[in-house]
Design a protein around this ligand. Structure first.
Ligand code: NAP
Length: 263
């Protein structure tokens, strides 16, 4: 990506991965629209980025678990033709096993991690397609590929994001719109403290610094990737996994049960 006068709308821009993307995109010359709940933090970031990089930064406080607020951001994506990049990044996790976790927190998480990015991607996807350009980056997680650990509902929300992104890629590619799913591994941000978890005790070689994670993701975007896994050294492993999945497709829906189920 070269320097540009385009505008990026970033959700979850007040902290962590979103705030780091905001800085990197400002560095690339993007004007920014920053979305999160904490208006004061967004204002402070906006002031710093516009002063450091000479870009225009607007703050749009919103709670993306709130229907009215989601709709406000949807309308902005539908109406503002300057927006050429949507970063669906806002997200939360719930600590502990699925059954042990508080169901209200899980429901809130599903709204933030699934409903909000779905609505925003739908609005941006249609706007970008009509204009024949644009980029949608959806932040999933490597937990999208792991059924074995963490809170199952969090992992499933990230599997949803991965599946939706790949389906969107198929729909939007013919019209020149870029779509990327980013699958970070453990990244040092506030997300753990917010859910009452901690990175203490996690081997340091498993935790990436947020700047490295975002730089790798943008490098993946520049390289044309539609799925970026910043930690994974051997991308052939992902390709083989995906090819094995695709190989099953012809057998997944047939008019006869598999022979092992027949007497
Ligand atoms: N850190 C990791 O290890 C990791 C790994 C894989 C994937 N991810 C994903 O990366 C994304 C960013 O996470 P992070 O690690 O940067 O977490 P973070 O440091 O906790 O930041 C989360 C961001 O989302 C915003 N947010 C939270 N609830 C919101 C709501 N109801 N409405 C609007 N904005 C809200 C927060 O801002 P406000 O509090 O101001 O609203 C903040 O800007 C998430 O989707 C997460 O699932 C993280």
């Amino acid at each position: 990506m070269s320097h540009t006068t385009q505008t990026a709308l970033i959700t979850g821009a007040s902290a962590g991965i979103g705030a780091t993307y905001a800085e990197r995109l400002a560095q690339r010359g993007y004007n920014l629209i920053l979305v999160a709940r904490d208006a004061a933090r967004l204002e402070a970031l906006a002031a710093r980025l516009s002063s450091d990089f000479g870009v225009q930064v607007e703050v749009l406080p919103a709670d993306l678990t709130n229907e009215t607020d989601i709709t406000r951001i949807v309308h902005r994506l539908q109406e503002d033709t300057q927006i050429t990049l949507l970063l669906n990044n806002a997200g939360m996790s719930v600590n502990g096993e699925f059954l042990a976790a508080d169901i209200d927190s899980i429901t809130t998480m599903l709204t933030l991690n699934i409903t909000a990015p779905t609505r925003l991607a739908h609005a941006a996807g249609n706007s970008f397609r009509a204009r024949g350009q644009g980029t949608i980056i959806n932040v999933a997680s490597v937990l999208a590929l792991m059924h074995e650990r963490s809170n199952g509902a969090y992992n499933a929300s990230k599997s949803f994001v991965l599946t939706l992104t790949r389906a969107l890629e198929r729909e939007l590619q013919p019209d020149g719109v870029r779509v990327q799913a980013v699958l970070p591994g453990l990244t040092r941000t506030e997300i753990f403290a917010r859910s009452g978890a901690s990175l203490d005790g996690v081997p340091p070689q498993m935790v990436m610094e947020v700047g490295d994670m975002v730089d790798a993701s943008l490098a993946g975007l520049d390289q044309g990737e539609s799925v970026t896994i910043p930690s994974l050294e051997d991308m052939v492993q992902w390709q083989q996994y995906d090819e094995a999945r695709a190989l099953m497709i012809p057998g997944l829906s047939r008019n006869q049960p598999a022979s092992r189920y027949q007497r």
